[in-house]
Write a protein that binds this ligand. Sequence first.
Ligand code: FUB
Ligand code: ZN
Length: 676
Amino acid sequence: MKEYTKPLNLNQVRISDTFWKHEMELVRTRMIPYQWEALNDRVPDAAPSWCVHNFRAAARLQARRRAGENWQYEVWKGTFETLPRDGEQPDDNAFYGFVFQDSDMYKWLEAVSYSLVQHPDPELEKTAAEAVELVCSAQDPDGYLDTFYILKNRRGAFSNLKDHHELYCFGHLTEAAVAWHQATGRTDLLEAAEKFADCIAAHIGLGEGKKPGYPGHEIAEMGLLRLYEETGEERFLDQCRYFLNQRGQKPHVFLEEVNAERAKKEEKPLPEEEDKKLFAYYQAHEPVRQQKEAVGHAVRAMYLYSGMADLARLDGDAEMLSACEALWKSTTRDKMYITGGVGATHVGEAFSRRFDLPNDTAYSETCAAVGLVFFARRMLQIAPKSEYADVMERALINTVLAGMAMDGQSFFYVNPLEVEPEACRTDKRLDHVKPVRQKWFGCACCPPNVARLLSSLPQYAMTASEDSVYVHLYMAADAEVTLGGKKAVLHVRDGWMNGKVHIDVESDGACGALCVRLPSWCSNPSWKSTKGEGVVENGYVKFCGEWKTGDSVDLELPFSVMCLKADWRVREDAGKAAVQYGPFVMCTEEKDNGKDLHMLKICPDSLDAKVRTETICGMDLPVMDVHGKQISRENDDALYTPWHRSQEEDTRVTLVPYFAWGNRGGGEMRVWQRTE
Ligand code: FUB
Ligand code: ZN
């Protein structure tokens, strides 16, 4: 059987990188505490979360039940988001917020767990342990755990799998439970997740009296496989296989749910053929093995494809893998922004048609970029090809990082590639685009997703099998690996931002391959090693042999300034160029270039770029000036006048890394620059 690679355990890697450690520390020291305040609704002037409130209300309900009261708080009236009425005091016993609010608690717990492995913190662990206790005390005796239905009406549970997110919350619960178990050795949350998994399996499946359902919002697939890998319990693997195999099968379970609702309103049932149109949003329009095009809600899609890739690996399922490859290609070749963002339209937070990648109305949800990183890492585990790592890095360093302010306390949900603040404030079509990061969101899926990804970053940097270790992302770190049954420590030295990667190996005879990625952004890489010349395979240089202390690998990966153009079918970017420096997609901002960025041109043929290091919000970042033209703002007194070439003056155009935009006050921003 083919050998796949796995991420290293978090306790095997210690990151010391100037750039990445800074981001991880921002999450640990600023974001995690801030998010706890947000989940407790203690951030002034921020949208309330209701997350802790809901768990408390559910725990209270369970306590009353245990005390013998047959107590059901309220009967669900069918709303997706419930808020206290204007002027009313919130009711301590009621559910508030979106149906999936529980997931924010789980994502926070997951991030905390990763952070505890890297950085033990008894105070934080105590807070998290209390949160875990609260979660467990909200669980129904049969294992059901979703505060929305527990508080609203348990009889409604599993009735609306399409939209009501119980299985999504379950997925996040399992991810948190595994991380918490690995970090602390505590089994409390893991047991809660296993009980909920068993409760789900008792109600959903193909057996007698069960509903042949699956998640409307995917993630349970990935979660179940983590639960399987952590516990070794085959039933969780089976449950995941079932979810993936059942998705999109006929008779269509979501259509049955829709028609059950229609019947209540005495409306005619929708015919079978409707499933293609209605359920592409959920990637349930056809069985997963037949899916070739990335469609529908982008976060759901990324989570589904990640789960598919996990199962393809565990089962050695070639058909599933080939669906993953097709979906990867569709996502990254036809539908991905240069920033690694996916999901071009706010309508359904979804993928649009091929090559439709508008810049100002872009959706590009932070969670979707996080999901693309998940998908990429899973594809890398199956086949270490640098194209997967290139995309992983693109999404991570540009869009995921943009999702968090450089003080770790405000966030983007949507990541546009062009912003005019006045338009965002006044134009309903741009309601979803915020020109400045927000303190929190009623639907706050993105910030905790950034936190859990960044605090588990080492698991994306390297993967290993028994005889090979792959370095996918460069960051200074000390990593313990086992090659050919013997230990080795890789000391990756700081310096990738200056184009230099030096790895010292400490070992007493570890035997195997050390494979280092050649990033696509580097046109002239070079390397040397005590282990010879190395062989290039799938975008990695592979050095093999028996490793002894004193062995090393040196890579020169100089950053260069690249002007990129989009495929001619991307209408939005015709006549424009984007600038990239190393892995950093660059953008212009009003702060450096004044207003009306659309009246600036860059000159790719004579770019004459001068790169300097500037400290932005405490981080040393590459900033560049390039040769450009200022197009004159002619004071025409008519809206339309006979065409003539506008006056232009030479100017310098300043660009900063996209991820850092909007950290120096609001203002215009643009990734794709005019060239004509
Ligand atoms: O539905 C749960 C999460 O909320 C999705 O992943 C996001 O897109 C947002 O809609
Ligand atoms: Zn999100």
